[in-house]
Structures are given as structure tokens and as C-alpha cells.
Design a protein. Structure first.
Lengths: 412, 140
């Protein structure tokens, strides 16, 4: 037989004797039992010899079978020498589709997938797929583990919604305060106008009061519209939009917050910037978030610059600040959900990870550069020709995680 | 007729309040920032300072009143706020003699000013024991 294996003792032992065979079988049985005991779906697939071939399933536990709605007979132990009946993951099945996708990756692949479990119940699975390599470094197999994160995803969704609402609250420096100013001004103006209207010379003064009322009520309407736009659950629909318009809109929303903290905003818009497919509200939310972060980044007066420009295949927006910058450690964790340096000041640590999810959902790129004491620059690139994905819920797709693990993030 | 300084960062609100108080026969100055408010207070020595709590800067309305009181100990102060929470939670610093919640009616602010003018002298802003000198804020 001539084959050898390294045992736990480190001594080369010949395998292939009947005793070894029995031992290996027993070990295999234990491993199988362990894999069957977990609630996570586990599947091992063989990397196909050519890219146009489908990977075949070598092993799948019954939890995985349940996720794919396979029956146990589909996974019945194949007779020696025959292929398993569940030969390859099906591209029509959402779980199978992600397994196929993972084979295009060179590294660890992670993504979230939604599965309709029953007619009215949907579950969210988080896939983590790892490549197995032979001694020469070629990928031979992939192990995919599906974990049910339905509850966690529901909590994350609530946190995201709260973050969105908190964004409005913060920007408006307290909605009550924002609304009470114009309401109070209009109330005083109206009462004063009423008190003086009978006086013969009151004309211009009453007119001034009425103008004040109109202006104040206009502001009230604006605040309410902003609130409604953010709190509405709108589908992630993309349309051709001007990045400049989105930047201006974000600036209008962020203006009271920026002015309230003595920061200065500079806008450098490229009139040549082409229209790009985007959900304007989502991108606006990203920009508002970045402006908010930038304003919070300094102790003194912060200068925030928003620049747009045409690129070879799309548009770029750069949000830079003259704040305190980030350390290498902070920068490395900037997109991590729940990571914040402002926990005590009410930071949720979700702003940047949500922003990243949104940009990924637009097939875009987002990079952060920062130097302590100099400031931070966030660069967003959006393609003009985006791949339109159906049923997109970018925030949950986990693409951000994938990009990070594979490529890492640029240090300052 | 009283000499009144309004410190408020919302221009529409300033316009409405200045006009309302002028119609009541008061002499009114206004400032739209904390710094401007302090300078105006030190220059004009008003009888009453009506300051918004949130002035969009590190220096809040209470601090504006306190700094003016350092130079003009007899000045009375009224703090305006849209943050009802701050009032109900009793989180109010002692600098303001009275607190008035936005939005308010003309008679509310006129009444608050009259009460401030006829009330006891303002607390000694030069020091001493704050808990003895400063009274709890009145909320209208």
C-alpha cells in the first residue's frame, strides 16, 4: 500500500491495514454524527475541474437538506461507486445558488440569503464558505456552513430603522426644538398682528407678521417632509439621478446640524458629473451620515468638503473633513457593525456599516482614508452602468463583509 | 417700559419676538449667537435677558445669562426652550430665573417678563454658595 499518514503522535504509520480502515471508519462515523448534531446546514462540495461545470456535493448534513427542502432519500448514502443523488446544488434554489456563487471566490465567502420556509415564514441564513486547498495551493473543495440568523437579522433591521430615525432626530437637533421655533415664531407673529391690525398705520407691520408666519410654516412643512421621507419604508428602487442634486439635498438636511456645531461646509460640484442609477434617498442618507461623522470629528471648527467628479466609468463623491482623524486600529474597524468611539454620546456604530451596505447595493465602492490630526476622507464611487439586481435588500446581503475579508481595507 | 435683550439663533423667532415686545412698549435688542448676546448684554446693561437654551454653540443660553450677570448683577434672565424633556426631568441649571417653553403665547412671555421685573433681585452671580443663592427655576 505504501501510503503514510501523520498520526497525532507525529510518527508515520502505514495505513491501509484492516485495523486502520476500521479506525478511520469509526472516526468518520463520529464526524458525521457531530455534523448531524448541529442545527447549522453543512455541505462539502468539490471544486469543478472547469469553470463551466457545476460543483458536485460530496457531503451534506440533514440540516442542509432541510434548508434546501430535500428529502432524506435525496441524500441517501449512495452505493459505492455511484454519485450521490443530490449531485450538484441547484441554481434555482436560493441556498444552492449561493453555494454555486461561493465557488467563484478565491477566499472566504460570506453572504446572507433569504429562504421562504413556509408560505408565510421567511428565514435568513448566513453562509460562510471556506476553501480547502491541496498542498500545491489549489482549491479542491469548499465547506459551506449555513447559520440561521433570522432573529439576529430582525434585530439588525430594527437597529437600522432606529439609526435612520436617530439620524433625523440628530440632524434636526431635536425635532421638538426644530418644530417649536417656527411654530413659536408664527404664534407670536399672528398674535401681534391681531393685536395691532385695527391701528390705522398697521399695514406694513401686519404684512411683516404675515411674512414671518408664511416663512415659519414653510420651515415646519420642510421639517415634516424630511421626517416622512426618512421614516417611510421605501423599496430600494434605483433611477438615474444626479449625484450633485443628491449632495445638495443632503446638505439642506444636514444644514441645521452643521450650523449648530459651528462647522463649515464646502461644496465643489462637477457640472460634468453624469447621471448614475441610484436610490437618491439611500445615497442621501449615506452623505448625511458622512457629514454628521465629519462634523463630530473635531473639537474645534471642522471644515467639511464635499466634492463630486466624473470618473472613467461613473461618478465619485469625496467627503473630507479637517477633524481629528482615526488611528490605524479605528480605521481598520470603521465598517464593523456596532463599532463606535461615541457610544456614550449615543453612537450606535451602525452608520458606517449601513452606508457601506447601501453603496455595495449600488455596485459601488467605498473607501476611507484617515490620518490622526489631519482628517478623514471617504471616497464613494458609483458606476454609471450598474447591474440591476432583483429583490435587492442590500443592507442584509453582507457583501461588505465579503469585500473586507478578501481584500482588506486601505490603511492611511 | 423695560430694556430687554433677546438672544436666539432662529432669525424668524427673533423677528417675531422683537416685534411683539416692541409693540408692548419695551426697548429691545437682539442677538443671534451666544457671543453676540454676551457683547450686547455688556454694552447695553438690559433689565431682562431672554435667551434660548440651544444657541447652536458650546455656550448655551444659561451661560450667556450668567456671564452678563457677572457684569450686571441686577439683570433678570428668562430661558426659552423647545426641549420639554429638559424641563420635565429637572435637568435645569440654576442660571435661569425662569424657564419658558416654546412655543408660547404673547401673554406668556409678557407675563414672564413682568414677573421677572417685579420679582426679588437676581442671584449674586459673583459666587458664594450656589445652592443657597440660586432658586429653582419657575416653569411657565
Amino acid at each position: 500500500m505504501g501510503q503514510t499518514a501523520v498520526s497525532s503522535t507525529g510518527v508515520d504509520e502505514p495505513i491501509g491495514t484492516p485495523g486502520d480502515f476500521a479506525r478511520l471508519q469509526a472516526e468518520l462515523r463520529l464526524l458525521r454524527l457531530a455534523t448531524e448534531a448541529t442545527e447549522n446546514g453543512v455541505v462539502i462540495t468539490a471544486q469543478p475541474a472547469a469553470s463551466d461545470l457545476l460543483p458536485s456535493v460530496l457531503y451534506a448534513n440533514s440540516a442542509f437538506a432541510g434548508l434546501c427542502r430535500l428529502t432524506s432519500s435525496d441524500l441517501a448514502e449512495p452505493a459505492t461507486g455511484t454519485a450521490p443523488s443530490y449531485a450538484s446544488p441547484s441554481p434555482d434554489d436560493p441556498v444552492g445558488k449561493t453555494v454555486l456563487e461561493s465557488h467563484h471566490s478565491e477566499g472566504i465567502f460570506s453572504t446572507d440569503v433569504r429562504v421562504q420556509k413556509t408560505e408565510c415564514a421567511e428565514i435568513v441564513l448566513r453562509l460562510r464558505s471556506m476553501p480547502l486547498r491541496n498542498p500545491s495551493g489549489q482549491i479542491t473543495h469548499r465547506v459551506a456552513i449555513f447559520r440561521d440568523i433570522t432573529q439576529q437579522a430582525a434585530l439588525e433591521e430594527v437597529a437600522r430603522r432606529n439609526e435612520r430615525l436617530a439620524c433625523v432626530g440628530l440632524l434636526a437637533a431635536g425635532i421638538a426644538h426644530e418644530i417649536n421655533n417656527p411654530t413659536g415664531a408664527a404664534l407670536l407673529a399672528a398674535e401681534t398682528a391681531l393685536a395691532i391690525m385695527d391701528s390705522p398705520q398697521a399695514g406694513p407691520q401686519v404684512a411683516a407678521c404675515l411674512q414671518n408666519i408664511v416663512k415659519s410654516m414653510d420651515r415646519c412643512g420642510q421639517i415634516v417632509r424630511t421626517l416622512l421621507r426618512y421614516s417611510r419604508e421605501e423599496p430600494s428602487e434605483k433611477q438615474a439621478c444626479s449625484i450633485n442634486d443628491v449632495a445638495k439635498q443632503a446638505l439642506d438636511v444636514a444644514r441645521p446640524y452643521v450650523d449648530g456645531r459651528g462647522a463649515e461646509l464646502r461644496l465643489e460640484l462637477d457640472p460634468e458629473a453624469p447621471l448614475a442609477p441610484m436610490n437618491p434617498l439611500e445615497i442621501e442618507l449615506v452623505v448625511v451620515n458622512l457629514i454628521r461623522n465629519a462634523v463630530q470629528a473635531g473639537n474645534g471648527k471642522v471644515i467639511v468638503t464635499i466634492r463630486t467628479q466624473r470618473t472613467a466609468d461613473g461618478v465619485r463623491m469625496v467627503v473630507g473633513d479637517s477633524g481629528c482623524g482615526m488611528t490605524h486600529e479605528q480605521l481598520a474597524r470603521v465598517f464593523d457593525p456596532l463599532y463606535t468611539t461615541r457610544r456614550q454620546l449615543g453612537g450606535s456604530g451602525l452608520g458606517m456599516s449601513i452606508a457601506y451596505g447601501i453603496i455595495q447595493g449600488h455596485d459601488g465602492q467605498m473607501e476611507v482614508e484617515s490620518k490622526p490630526g489631519i482628517g478623514t476622507t471617504v471616497i464613494i464611487d458609483l458606476p454609471v452602468a450598474a447591474h440591476h439586481e432583483e429583490g435587492g435588500r442590500p443592507a442584509l446581503r453582507g457583501a461588505g463583509r465579503r469585500a473586507k475579508e478578501e481584500h482588506g481595507w486601505p490603511a492611511s | 417700559m423695560a430694556r430687554i435683550l433677546i438672544v436666539e439663533d432662529n432669525q424668524s423667532f427673533v423677528d417675531a419676538l422683537v416685534f411683539t415686545l416692541q409693540m408692548e412698549g419695551h426697548q429691545v435688542w437682539s442677538a443671534v449667537s451666544a457671543d453676540e448676546g454676551i457683547q450686547s448684554g455688556l454694552a447695553h446693561h438690559p433689565d431682562v435677558v431672554v435667551a434660548d437654551w440651544m444657541l447652536g454653540s458650546e455656550v448655551h443660553g444659561g451661560e450667556v445669562c450668567r456671564r452678563i450677570q457677572l457684569a450686571c448683577p441686577r439683570v433678570k434672565s428668562i430661558i426659552m426652550t423647545g426641549y420639554v424633556d429638559l424641563v420635565s426631568k429637572g435637568a435645569w441649571p440654576a442660571a435661569g430665573e425662569a424657564v419658558i417653553e416654546k412655543p408660547f403665547h404673547k401673554e406668556d412671555i409678557v407675563g414672564a417678563i413682568n414677573r421677572a421685573l417685579s420679582g426679588p433681585p437676581a442671584p449674586d452671580a459673583f459666587g458664594g454658595n450656589d445652592t443657597v443663592h440660586f432658586q429653582s427655576p419657575q416653569v411657565y
